[in-house]
Write a protein that binds this ligand. Structure first.
Ligand SMILES: NC(=O)c1ccc[n+]([C@@H]2O[C@H](COP(=O)([O-])OP(=O)(O)OC[C@H]3O[C@@H](n4cnc5c(N)ncnc54)[C@H](OP(=O)(O)O)[C@@H]3O)[C@@H](O)[C@H]2O)c1
Length: 326
């Protein structure tokens, strides 16, 4: 079968589509024909050796997929060939076929297409866990989302609205901010042309925001933290800008602000029950039309490398997917 292969950690340009042996499911695994595999920022970090998880080489990137079950292991009673499924795979997704551990496979709801199914879980479950379990966002609070037109950002806007917050979306271009408004942001800040702290302060009538959702880091974290109200919470999601900010801790002391780390992947292992409840909530919101991933582009498998490069180069709006079967 064909798959995008990373043979050595290094530049994204070194990734190549190759013929590799088709995988065979172990006893508790499911083999899935991949119809869509979403691209996430960690895929780009992983192939460069910059992510906290470093898979043994060679490997195929791609952490979340939707497709059709082709075969199941001997100890998989509740899936069968032909079932439409979503799976979290960590790696292996940018390929014609992919293995998934059975406890990370779920049915694709009948009304959901493959692109949506592939693009839903990682970003939306991260943002729900962050806003609900870590940030304790309350109805009527003001939520600022940085990198708001990206994968986890769009999810945070939609979930923030579903939780009853007023959402201020911040991103680097008017084009990206237009998308943020389309999915429900109440206000926007272009942090390439406007002063982030001043604009948030202005939009909150001088009070400051209650919660900042920060997947970007770099030069944006400190001004956003400075714009937090009394007992505001800064949710640390990631560092897409490349730089991990060093924050003067007096900014936390002065207004009893909290800096809260978010690690969704590990949280699902520490609290599997909470994770299942969150998946159920996302399914309900999807059914009610409150959340819907924005898939802005599909790439054939032959161009999967370009899809990974696009996310690394700040060019993606919402989500992009690799579609190995056209
Ligand atoms: N903690 C967790 O559990 C968890 C889970 C999932 C993802 N993450 C992390 O969340 C971050 C975002 O992931 P994502 O999949 O949403 O990525 P994404 O779609 O690429 O969004 C990231 C956003 O960051 C902004 N950005 C600023 N400087 C950038 C730069 N130099 N290069 C690229 N982007 C830059 C971009 O928005 P502007 O152009 O508008 O600034 C971009 O839209 C990543 O760091 C990822 O590792 C963390």
């Amino acid at each position: 079968m064909k798959a995008l292969v990373c043979e050595a950690y290094g530049p994204i340009a070194n990734l190549a589509v190759k013929d590799i042996p088709a995988p065979v499911p172990g006893p508790e695994q499911v083999l899935i024909e991949v119809h869509a595999a979403a691209v996430n920022f960690p895929d780009a970090l992983m192939v460069q050796g910059l992510y906290q998880v470093k898979p043994p080489l060679p490997f195929t990137p791609g952490a979340e997929i939707a497709g059709v079950v082709k075969a199941v292991g001997a100890e998989v009673p509740h899936f069968k060939p032909g079932d439409r499924v979503i799976a979290l795979t960590s790696t292996g997704g940018f390929a014609e076929e992919c293995l998934a551990d059975v406890h990370r496979v779920m049915p694709l709801p009948p009304t959901m297409d493959f692109d949506t199914g592939a693009a839903l879980v990682l970003t939306y479950a991260t943002s729900l866990h962050a806003l609900k379990d870590c940030g304790h966002v309350q109805p009527g609070e003001t939520l600022v989302v940085l990198g708001a037109a990206g994968g986890v950002g769009i999810a945070a806007i939609e979930i923030g609205k579903a939780m009853g917050a007023r959402v201020i979306a911040a991103a680097s271009s008017d084009d990206k901010l237009e998308l943020c408004r389309k999915v429900g942001a109440d206000e926007t800040v272009n942090y390439s042309t406007e002063n982030l702290k001043d604009r948030i302060t202005e939009l909150t009538g001088g009070k400051g925001a209650n919660v900042v959702y920060d997947p970007v880091g770099g030069p944006y974290t400190e001004p956003a933290l400075r714009a937090l109200a009394w007992r505001g919470r800064l949710l640390i999601i990631g560092f897409a800008a490349g730089e991990i900010p060093k924050i003067p801790l007096n900014l936390a002391l002065l207004k009893e602000r909290s800096l809260v780390g978010v690690y969704w992947g590990d949280s699902t292992r520490h609290d599997p029950g909470g994770h299942l409840a969150n998946l159920k909530q996302l399914n309900e919101w999807f059914g009610a039309g409150k959340i819907k991933p924005v898939v802005s582009q599909r790439y054939p498998l032959a161009k999967a490398r370009e899809a990974v490069a696009a996310i690394a180069n700040r060019q993606v709006k919402g989500k992009v997917v690799v579609a190995p079967r056209g």
